[in-house]
Design a protein around this ligand. Structure first.
Ligand code: NAD
Length: 266
């Protein structure tokens, strides 16, 4: 992060816990003013208190009016937005795609995809209005690289988030606003607990042992936060904090390329 960002506002969604909380702490440590935005205001207030010089704001990411109100509140306190980290998300239902209810689909879509569309577009409008350097980050997932059974719906939304980021990267080329897509593999957070407590009544959420094990042994969120803060103000688009999982990309590329090779020889 360069000197352009010191003392300016970083707005982080889903900052009451896990990756968002760690990013909020790291951004503040690097001299930014931080808005800790979350649907869980009590926890957001605890994180803001822990940071000291930071504000908690209520945000329901699936509601565009809530984004506008939360951004107004944060800018009212700290001045114009410089960095938007659109990070809030839920694991959602783990039903196989073929058995996913409309309610489960809509919950995941509204938080994980709509929420990022509102965060990125409203964040960009406000940053662009300042004329100053800025940066956008959105949290996708490594799950989009190798989609497994039981995370199909989640990965569909996270693939959408990545597509939005790639398109924005193209739209912002040559401007003073950067963008990064964060694609974590397993990270040690409360994702599964928060998921269970947030799910609408009509959406059944199972706790898969395999998922719990992966997260328990995942990266500390602080490592993800350092990589994210390092990218602010740079051209670094791809943020893959789980360095040990690089082979996932090779596996996918090899699988896709096989089809080109067989078309050429066949
Ligand atoms: N933990 C992992 O292994 C992992 C891996 C890849 C991607 N991710 C993504 O990282 C992001 C952060 O998740 P985390 O792992 O830190 O989990 P977490 O549950 O610890 O934090 C997520 C935060 O988002 C908030 N949130 C949920 N729904 C919201 C809503 N509708 N409006 C506003 N806030 C809401 C929760 O209250 C919580 O504080 C998510 O987008 C998640 O999908 C996590």
């Amino acid at each position: 992060m360069n000197a352009h960002f010191a003392g300016r506002l970083a707005f982080i969604s889903g900052a009451a816990s896990g990756i968002g909380r760690a990013i909020a702490i790291e951004m503040s440590r690097r001299g930014m003013q931080v808005a800790v935005a979350d649907i869980d205001l009590a926890r957001a207030e605890q994180v803001a208190a822990e940071i000291g010089n930071a504000s908690a704001v209520f945000l329901e990411v699936s509601n565009p009016a809530s984004w506008a109100a939360a951004l107004d509140q944060a800018e009212g306190r700290y001045g114009p937005l410089a960095v938007m980290v659109s990070n809030a998300g839920v694991a959602g239902s783990t039903d196989p795609v073929s058995q996913t209810s409309q309610a489960a689909w809509e919950w995941s879509r509204s938080v994980n995809l709509d929420g990022n569309f509102y965060g990125l577009t409203q964040g960009l409008d406000r940053i662009a209005a300042t004329g100053l350097p800025g940066h956008l980050v959105a949290t996708s997932s490594l799950a989009v690289i190798n989609v497994k059974s039981r995370i199909g719906v989640y990965a569909a939304m996270k693939a959408g988030v990545l597509a939005l980021c790639e398109a924005l990267r193209d739209e912002l080329a040559g401007s003073n606003i950067g963008i990064s897509a964060l694609l974590p593999g397993p990270v040690r957070t409360r994702l599964l607990e928060a998921n269970a407590s947030r799910s609408p009544d009509e959406v059944f959420v199972s706790r898969l042992e395999i998922q719990e094990g992966l997260l328990r042994n995942g990266l500390p969120p602080e490592e993800v936060a350092i990589m994210t803060a390092d990218a602010i103000g740079t051209q670094e688009f791809w943020l893959f904090p789980n360095r040990d999982l690089e082979d996932r990309i090779d596996t996918r590329m090899a699988d896709m390329k096989k089809s080109f090779r067989s078309a050429a020889t066949g």
